[in-house]
Design a protein around this ligand. Structure first.
Ligand SMILES: Cc1cc2nc3c(=O)[nH]c(=O)nc-3n(C[C@H](O)[C@H](O)[C@H](O)COP(=O)(O)OP(=O)(O)OC[C@H]3O[C@@H](n4cnc5c(N)ncnc54)[C@H](O)[C@@H]3O)c2cc1C
Ligand code: SF4
Length: 486
């Protein structure tokens, strides 16, 4: 424990943001990091609890008290080693994780929790700047081959772990660049894509081979991002590799089949966000422009918030966000929720940039004129005991030139799982357990599944956890035993 009285002496120091007017002019990251002195203060606040709830609140079980202590003492290199011992990609989680560790922090019961995420980011940024993040190639190769389908955080974490114990890993990605939703989904203003390239270089030096524009399987439903110029049949992958990990994400978007859905101007969120990422990355211009338009985003999660931030950067005339669920409380009920993830109103940096938010609203109809969206017909909802009813006489219209449907993703692309003959669970995800013998293994011999493709739409940190744990399961399957951590 760095400073025994630190939690009594110091307040939480939050990371800052560049001013709204300034950051709306570009797509770069705009978080102002803690400096070394600020990070030291933050580290000093950690109480090194007998039972560190932060550690179990974190899906990758980061050893948080130890890196807090190392930062307090200025042992940045040790802090980086501690952080990397549980997390392959802290540069991602230090930026875009909602930080369930902080919700679990004991100090949060009666004060502001330790700023764990800001320390994570400070540690990895310093490690990167100082060249401490070096490739860790395996001392010996095993001669075993593993195919990873999908290059999101689950596939990448699994690939890195397996390469480090000597397996020859090939990652297949249907899109033109590696990264999954990190690359094409999450906007650049939340995550600088150069970080993915930087980490990929490390994986390549550790022996991981990437085959982009390569689709495993056959036909994809329309509307799913696909740059593939090669299609490889699942049977061939099964023949040529000793094990296969399916980490293809959950790409089926939830639709809103209300009258007028076919009107010009109604889009799934990723139809807007993916081309924007491509444009920012130097590709073609986004065919959807929100400039001067009245934009309505339907859905209140991360994806919806990213549409808000992107529409404002386009120069939208107005941005409104509707959520079906009721407005959550401003503050959590700590005694009831701690150390779990609480329900409370969350306002993202994109909301702060300009957005009218409304809750308990259902969209009944898309209204158009000459085939183009003009307005939405909505109704207010009353929620009682978890059930919703429409409030009589509450129908209203709102002007809308563009609507983005950001209501989540229902399941992986079924054709990919069907191509391998993998049994699906009730929600359409690859069926595989996460604990005990045979964990992460599907019903098909030597085929494993991890990340959103197994657990359904989730978070980057859960994808990293599943990729790591799945890698251990695959290593055990190939070698009979494994030294990889779970
Ligand atoms: C807009 C948006 C914003 C988000 N923001 C956040 C956030 O701020 N914080 C957070 O923690 N999480 C966020 N998430 C969720 C997070 O991105 C996902 O949970 C995470 O990326 C899942 O990782 P994954 O590796 O399982 O799958 P993905 O990242 O979806 O990657 C799967 C990859 O597999 C490829 N693939 C699929 N099938 C095939 C095939 N047959 N052949 C070859 N390649 C294939 C796909 O092209 C894709 O690149 C966000 C999601 C979205 C959509
Ligand atoms: S729960 Fe909070 S105070 Fe306790 S060890 Fe973890 S970060 Fe430190």
């Amino acid at each position: 424990m760095g400073k025994p009285t630190g939690f009594l002496e110091f307040e939480r120091l939050a990371e800052g943001y560049a001013p709204v007017a300034e950051r709306l002019k570009h797509y770069q990251e705009f978080v102002v990091h803690l400096d070394d002195a600020g990070a030291k203060v933050q580290g000093a606040r950690c109480m090194d609890c007998g039972i560190p709830f932060c550690n179990s609140g974190c899906p990758v079980n980061n050893n948080i008290p130890d890196f807090n202590d190392a930062v307090y003492r200025g042992n940045w290199r040790a802090a980086s080693a501690i952080l990397h011992s549980t997390n392959n990609f802290p540069e991602l989680t230090g930026r875009i994780c909602p930080a369930p560790c902080e919700a679990a922090c004991t100090l949060g019961i009666n004060a502001a929790p330790v700023g764990i995420k800001s320390l994570e980011r400070a540690i990895i940024d310093k490690a990167g700047e100082n060249g401490w993040v070096l490739p860790q190639p395996a001392a010996r190769l095993t001669g075993k081959t593993v195919a990873v389908v999908g290059s999101g955080p689950a596939g990448l974490a699994a690939a890195q772990q397996l390469a480090r114990v000597g397996h020859q890993v090939t990652v297949f990605e249907k899109n033109d660049q590696v990264g999954g939703l990190l690359r094409y989904g999450i906007p650049d203003f939340k995550l600088d894509k150069r970080l993915i390239d930087w980490r990929m270089a490390q994986l390549q030096e550790e022996g991981v081979k990437f085959l982009t524009r390569t689709l495993i399987g056959t036909v994809l439903p329309p509307g799913i991002a696909n740059d593939a110029v090669r299609v490889i049949a699942p049977q061939r992958v099964l023949r040529e590799f000793d094990a296969v990990i399916l980490a293809g994400g959950a790409e089926t978007p939830r639709d809103l089949p209300a009258p007028g859905r076919e009107l010009e101007g109604v889009h799934f969120a990723l139809e807007f966000l993916i081309p924007q990422n491509r444009e920012v990355g130097g590709g073609k211009k986004n065919p959807i422009s929100a400039r001067g338009k009245h934009v309505v985003v339907i859905g209140g999660g991360d994806t919806g918030s990213d549409c808000v931030g992107t529409a404002n950067r386009h120069g939208a005339a107005s941005v409104t966000q509707f959520e079906l669920m009721p407005r959550p409380p401003a503050e959590e009920d700590k005694p009831l929720t701690w150390p779990y993830w609480p329900s409370k109103l969350r306002t993202s940096s994109s909301h702060d940039e300009g957005c009218a938010r409304d809750w308990s609203v259902a969209t009944k109809e898309f209204i158009g004129e000459k085939g183009k969206l003009k307005a939405l017909k909505c109704v207010r909802l009353d929620w009682q005991g978890g059930k919703m009813t429409e409030v009589p006489g509450s129908a209203f219209e709102v002007r809308a030139d563009l609507v983005f449907l950001a209501m989540g993703f229902t399941q992986p692309i079924a054709a990919v799982l069907d191509g391998f003959g993998v049994v699906k669970d009730a929600r359409g995800n690859a069926s595989a357990t996460t604990d005990g013998r045979g964990c992460y293994a599907t019903n098909v011999a030597k085929v494993f599944a991890a990340g959103d493709m197994r657990r359904g739409q989730s978070l980057v940190v859960w994808a990293i956890r599943e990729g790591r744990q799945c890698a251990r399961a695959v290593d055990e399957f190939l070698m009979g035993t494994s030294t990889l951590p779970r």
